[in-house]
Design a protein around this ligand. Structure first.
Ligand SMILES: [Zn+2]
Ligand SMILES: [Zn+2]
Length: 237
């Protein structure tokens, strides 16, 4: 549910749509989400590459809030992800400096370079966490706090806890900490659905950890049900 492409300045240039889906298939993943920093511009190409390779690719984005907390926004429809991207771009100051932060490559489903994204994608937006959750929910998406166990850009390290009133749909624990350890370490997450993802920036990281979902089909709506533990759908890590 959290894979970066070559669009993220910190993502390896080898993280192209075709190679991401090929590696995901090799790792046995039925469904993945591409979540670049503050942008969904490589999602459509990866969805197309996924259709050819038999991997369902969800449109997503990893948004950096003004509190410098990372949250994953996942959507069922590409157009909703792109609507969220427009909101993010309108609140994302600065331009990328390739020499300082790295390339932000936009590619098509054949891995052909289409251009460079000029925004400062590594930066923080001017959107507060609650604004982000509200926008994502209005666009029928789900919001999951990223890598809550991490000292950098994690909700617990930056806010001290996971506020219930935010209405987050879940929390993500990084590959560095087993979910059971996270539940013991951060007692405040007991009421939240918990996933783990690779947060892959390099091909070899894809599938390093993954979340098992009990679903009828590998789709966004089924994942949404599993996050709420409804209709027999559930998370089974
Ligand atoms: Zn992050
Ligand atoms: Zn990430």
């Amino acid at each position: 549910m959290h894979i970066h492409s070559c669009l993220s300045p910190c993502g390896d240039l080898g993280m192209s749509p075709k190679t991401i889906v090929a590696k995901s298939r090799e790792a046995g993943l039925d469904i993945i989400a591409v979540c670049d920093h503050n942008s969904s511009e490589n999602v459509e190409a990866t969805m197309r590459a996924g259709r050819m390779a038999g991997v369902n690719v969800l449109p997503g984005m990893e948004i950096c809030s003004k509190e410098e907390v990372h949250v994953l926004a996942l959507f069922g429809k590409l157009e909703n992800a792109l609507s969220m991207q427009a909101v993010v771009y309108a609140h994302l100051p600065g331009e990328n400096d390739i020499n300082l932060w790295g390339d932000q490559i936009i590619v098509n489903e054949k891995d052909e370079v289409m251009g460079e994204n000029p925004h400062l994608l590594i930066g923080a937006t001017e959107l507060g966490l609650s604004d982000i959750v509200t926008h994502v929910h209005q666009l029928e998406g789900v919001c999951i706090a990223s890598h809550i166990d991490r000292p950098a850009f994690g909700i617990i390290s930056n806010l001290g806890f996971v506020p219930k009133q935010l209405g987050l749909d879940g929390v993500e624990v990084s590959w560095r900490m087993p979910i059971q350890t996270a539940r013991e370490t951060f007692s405040g997450i007991k009421d939240f659905s918990c996933i783990t993802s690779s947060d892959a920036h390099y091909l070899e990281d894809i599938g390093k950890v993954w979340t098992g979902f009990i679903l009828e089909a590998p789709t966004f709506e089924e994942i949404r049900l599993a996050l709420t533990d409804k209709a027999g759908r559930r998370i089974e890590v």
